[in-house]
Design a protein around this ligand. Structure first.
Ligand code: CUA
Length: 403
């Protein structure tokens, strides 16, 4: 507090000043609060938890809405009740304090029974709704037409599709989880290094990815489309850049996608720039990346964390069909140019008619850790290979053949 200025009205001035300061501080804090609150609002937020895009998310929404309503009514009644009582029975200046206390209601049986039984009834109703929703969502697992193992890695997601029910991943991909629209898909969420959390706000709640455990999560979408999410458990340097997408396709397109994913990549013809890239890829990238049909033997020898060159998480994204994904590096960068006005590419932007984002690929290969925080010294994330521009060009020429 500022020292009081001397003078006959010193005290008054000091009080006036500190009141003004208090008021302006209150105004600043309220304004900051309002700005932060408003910053959370957006007309078209892709990660809006309150806009369900499938039956499972809708069921959760149908639980949240009545529970929130009940909580809101209780909040308003209690808060305004307290404020009213404080105001109604406040100490008045002209009242002498004669030491008497107001009439006490302790031991009033109807009142005490009332405020014990009413909350118990409310909580029982909320519990009944919650448990029935949880059981109902859990039972959807039985309808699953596709099962996918989802593996959190620093700092991206790997997906392994078990197509023949033998528990093995027949398709291995990353970042974009492709699913058939209108069908239930069961995910077994786990991790290869630290704890992550898989979250697609418009499709279901969060599910922790814990090493050594498989947590079941079901997804279902109403419409074809692209749905975005992100890792929600702090998992190190690039936690904030660990994103994921779900691409929901009609059944026939999904089947075509599966058929294509099951094929191997083809080695580009001898003497082409792409072939130079493929050779470079095999010699430099085999400790972490696999492109089936290209570097299987080298990857078997060096990959999956079998050598000290590999990653803590075992392997980097499989690249056999890299170009069928919309994004790369933990869905942080667009691999294809998105349609006008869109943030990430959708299915129609990928493949024939689309444009590959070569600049982003080149920037990544030039200096990976400069594009996204990583710790290659600790075998977490992609190292910098000091590639020449010529090598980068040939690698990209090769990568674009992986469709
Ligand atoms: Cu993975 Cu945070």
């Amino acid at each position: 507090m500022a020292p009081a200025s001397p003078g006959s009205d010193g005290t008054d001035r000091r009080n006036g000043k500190s009141m003004t300061r208090g008021f302006s501080r209150l105004r600043t804090v309220s304004l900051l609060g309002l700005v932060s609150f408003a910053a959370g609002c957006a007309a078209d937020a892709p990660q809006d938890t309150l806009r369900p895009e499938g039956s499972i998310a809708r069921e959760i929404d149908n639980l949240v809405n009545p529970v929130f309503l009940i909580a809101a009514v209780v909040f308003v009644l209690v808060e305004f009740g307290v404020l009213f009582l404080v105001w109604r029975f406040r100490h008045r200046k002209d009242e002498a304090d004669d030491g008497t206390v107001p009439e006490q209601i302790h031991g009033n049986i109807p009142l005490e029974l009332g405020w014990t039984i009413l909350p118990a009834l409310i909580l029982t109703a909320v519990a009944a709704m919650t448990v029935s929703t949880v059981l109902d969502i859990d039972s959807k697992r039985d309808d699953a037409t596709t099962t996918v193992e989802v593996i959190g890695k620093q700092w991206w997601w790997e997906y392994r599709y078990d197509m023949d029910g033998d528990g093995e991943g027949d398709i291995v991909t990353a970042n974009d989880l492709v699913i058939p629209v209108g069908e239930t898909v069961e995910l077994g969420v786990t991790s290869a290094d630290v704890i992550h959390s898989f979250w697609l706000p418009s499709l279901n709640g969060k599910k922790d990815a814990v090493p050594g455990r498989h947590h079941s999560l079901v997804l279902e979408t109403d419409e074809p489309g692209t749905f975005v999410g992100q890792c929600t458990e702090y998992c190190g340097l690039s936690h904030g850049y660990m994103r994921q997408r779900v691409v929901a396709l009609p059944r026939d397109e999904f089947d075509a996608w599966v058929d294509n994913q099951m094929t191997e990549a083809e080695l580009p013809a001898e003497g082409t720039v792409a072939r130079e890239g493929a050779d470079l890829f095999t010699s430099m990238c085999s400790a972490c990346h696999l492109a089936r049909g290209i570097n299987d033997e080298d990857f078997e020898e060096l990959g999956e964390g079998t050598s000290d060159e590999g990653l803590v998480a075992g392997r980097a994204p499989e690249l056999t069909h890299l170009m069928t994904r919309g994004t790369f590096a933990g869905a942080l960068f667009n691999l294809w140019e998105p349609s006008d006005g869109e943030v990430t590419p959708d299915w129609s932007d990928i493949g024939e008619g689309g444009t590959v984002n070569r600049e982003a690929l080149a920037a990544w290969l030039r200096n990976p850790a400069g594009q996204k925080p990583m710790a290659p010294d600790e075998r977490r994330g992609m190292p910098d290979f000091n590639l020449t521009e010529e090598q980068i060009d040939s690698l990209i020429e090769f990568l674009v053949t992986l469709d």
